[in-house]
Design a protein around this ligand. Structure first.
Ligand code: GNR
Ligand code: NI
Length: 172
């Protein structure tokens, strides 16, 4: 297993639309193992493959809180098949936008269809933090970041700050 570097905005790859996984082989299993290790190390409650530069529709999630038993979930080709009219607001963060948090409103409950690592198609209903996290991760697979749900003013401010920081780092 290895920890892979996490891409930070304004990295253009984060805007890519990830491709469906056609076959669950050793490469996908290794990717999922590395994603869990990278996610726990960060630490984060979710990770999309594109955040480590891999344009595949693969997501890892573990929303267990400190002290709770871990409940790792790997989702291959996840899709939202139903969403509640009721919305809920969470303060979101993203490992690709370090140290920035803002409230985002999304459907409170979603039904998700995905393939597990055995290739079995599953459906789960999610609410609470899991519902928010699944939607945040599926957004990543479509090149969407949580700042895209904020006002243009807030989004542009964040992008500008990280663009300046990247320039400073490139110049040394
Ligand atoms: O670690 C994470 N925490 C989080 C908190 C609220 C809503 C979404 C998230 S996902 C984030 C990790 C991440 O960037 N996943 O893509
Ligand atoms: Ni994220």
């Amino acid at each position: 297993m290895s920890i892979r570097p996490i891409l930070i905005i304004p990295e253009p790859k984060l805007r890519a639309i990830s491709r469906p996984v056609e076959k669950i082989d050793g490469e996908i299993r290794k990717l999922v193992e590395d994603m869990f290790e990278t996610m726990y190390d960060a630490p984060g409650i979710g990770l999309a493959a594109i955040q480590v530069g891999v344009e595949k529709r693969v997501v890892t999630i573990d929303t267990a809180r400190d002290g709770e038993d871990s409940k790792p979930i790997a989702l291959i080709n996840p899709e939202i098949i139903a969403a509640s009219d009721e919305l809920s607001v969470y303060s979101e963060g993203c490992l690709s936008i370090p140290d920035f948090y803002e409230e985002v409103e999304r459907p409170a409950r979603v039904a998700v269809r995905f393939m597990d690592l055995e290739g079995k198609v599953r459906e789960v209903e999610a609410d609470g933090l899991l519902a928010t996290c699944v939607q945040h991760e599926i957004d990543h697979l479509n090149g969407v970041l949580f700042i895209d749900h904020l006002s243009r003013l807030k989004r542009d401010r964040v992008i500008k700050k990280f663009t300046k920081q990247a320039k400073r780092e490139a110049e040394g």
